[in-house]
Design a protein around this ligand. Structure first.
Ligand code: GUN
Ligand code: FE
Length: 445
């Protein structure tokens, strides 16, 4: 018998350019929380399956103005920065880090400060339709473990890292790892504890190797983290080529590009997710492709700190893996809807088809124009591929990670493509009625 059968209309990404619109289907979820079967209205046993679910009180009928969507995957969240979402975004990145972000993150030495913030963030991610997130913690393991516990108890699928940063030249004394050795030891302790939690958790919890970014780390730390990633075969998250400042800093220190340095230390793997990448060169994108490293496209944040547009089309056409990230709090919103909207809007600013990265002193990149369907692909399938987990699609074999959303208007169109477009632009947090992870309800409005 099924755990649950959801009846109604749904949308799922088919590929980078198109969606599939399911009509009046039965989405059958098995006891393990995966989609076992999708029964179309025309199927000969449709009534039989529906009736059986109904009798056993397992049928969940969506109303006429509700649609089922895959839950979103947010590839880049800084959990400790949640209290400052929307603050100080007029400052350049380095200034923002030193005057706002590092002092805030330092407060998480106290777990009592962390607990309510992390609980609130989990609820806000779920309430906005996010069912999986890749998350930076702080340098402090006590609050990182609290973050992991909150993620597990909320039901969110979470990939979490202890932030590693030990470079005394680029990090303040009050907020850094004491030494590379200490940072590596703490990272390993964190990994072991999360792996132990993983065994007892129904949802996905994964430890992630997390060098903050190259400027924050000594060579010794970068090399050690690369070794840990290989030894434990773990995902890696960091920032790469987010801004001119970062690129220039890395060039000055290593006489190599940011991506090349991360690769040199073994930090670009098929399980790596690098945030931003707005300044990645064509050869950097090729390197990412060869390593199967994904980019977390953070369109809201990029407007503030990257001052550039990530060339999504160039990257996708090149065969790069790309997903979507909120970059809380470089991006002010935990809503992946808002990030999808910004990704489309920003891409429209550069419609001349010129690859501007070829030109000197020109910001952003042309040939970037994307459709909402591509943005939806990034927010669902793209993110899931980066994390190697079967979520982000309403298809047999995938996790039953869903959001139920209400249409704003049903009087304008009967065209499912138009309906999809409107849904992506108009859905607000208040329209997200229910969020499901692994077949279980984790949020209800
Ligand atoms: N680079 C290093 N740390 C950070 C951070 O916290 N946010 C962003 N956007 N970029 C960073
Ligand atoms: Fe970030």
């Amino acid at each position: 018998m099924y755990l649950q059968v959801i009846e109604g209309n749904y949308f799922t990404s088919a590929d980078r350019e198109s969606i599939y619109a399911g009509e009046d289907a039965l989405i059958c979820i098995d006891q393990g929380g995966k989609i076992a079967r999708i029964v179309k209205k025309e199927a000969s046993d449709f009534s039989e399956v529906r009736q059986a679910a109904l009798i056993q009180s397992k049928l969940h009928q969506l109303s006429n103005d509700e649609r089922l969507l895959p839950g979103f995957i947010d590839l880049h969240v800084h959990a400790p920065q949640w209290p400052q979402a929307g603050l100080a975004l007029d400052k350049p990145l380095n200034d923002w880090l030193n005057t706002y972000t590092f002092p805030l993150e330092a407060k998480y030495k106290d777990v009592e400060f962390a607990t309510p913030v992390y609980a609130d963030l989990m609820q806000n991610l779920l309430a906005n339709g996010t069912t999986t997130a890749m998350i930076f913690g702080t340098v402090y393991n006590d609050s990182n473990l609290e973050l992991a516990k909150q993620a597990v108890s909320s039901g969110l699928r979470a990939f979490i890292g202890k932030v590693a940063m030990d470079n005394p030249d680029e990090t303040p004394e009050y907020y850094r790892d004491f030494s590379a050795e200490q940072a590596l030891e703490d990272t390993e302790i964190f990994i072991e504890k999360i792996l132990a939690m993983q065994a007892n958790s129904e949802t996905t919890i994964f430890p992630v190797i997390t060098p903050r970014f190259v400027p924050s780390c000594t060579d010794e730390l970068l090399a050690g983290l690369g070794n840990l990633a290989r030894r434990y075969d773990l995902p890696v998250q960091s920032h790469c080529s987010e801004s001119d400042w970062e690129d220039q800093y890395v060039l000055d220190r290593f006489h190599k590009r940011d991506a090349e340095v991360l690769d040199y230390f073994g930090l670009l793997t098929d399980k790596s997710v690098m945030a931003h990448g707005t300044q990645l060169s064509n050869s950097d994108l090729d390197l990412f492709k060869n390593r199967q490293t994904a980019v977390a496209h953070c369109p809201i944040s990029n407007a503030y700190f990257g001052n550039a547009v990530f060339p999504t089309n160039v990257a996708l056409a090149n065969g790069n893996k790309v997903g979507m990230g909120s970059d809380i709090s470089g991006g002010y919103s935990p809503s992946i809807y808002k990030n999808m909207q910004q990704s489309v809007m920003a891409s429209q600013m550069l419609t001349d088809g010129v690859d501007r990265r070829q030109a000197e002193n020109v910001r952003g990149a042309g040939n970037s124009r994307i459709s909402m369907k591509t943005a939806f692909y990034l927010a669902t399938r793209g993110g899931a591929e980066a994390l190697h987990i079967p979520t982000g699609a309403i298809e047999v074999g995938y996790q039953a990670d869903f959001q139920v959303v209400k249409l704003h208007s049903d009087y304008l169109t009967n065209d499912r493509d138009d309906e999809f477009e409107q849904l992506m632009y108009q859905t607000e947090r208040a329209d997200i009625c229910q969020v499901i992870v692994g077949g279980k309800q984790v949020y209800q409005r």
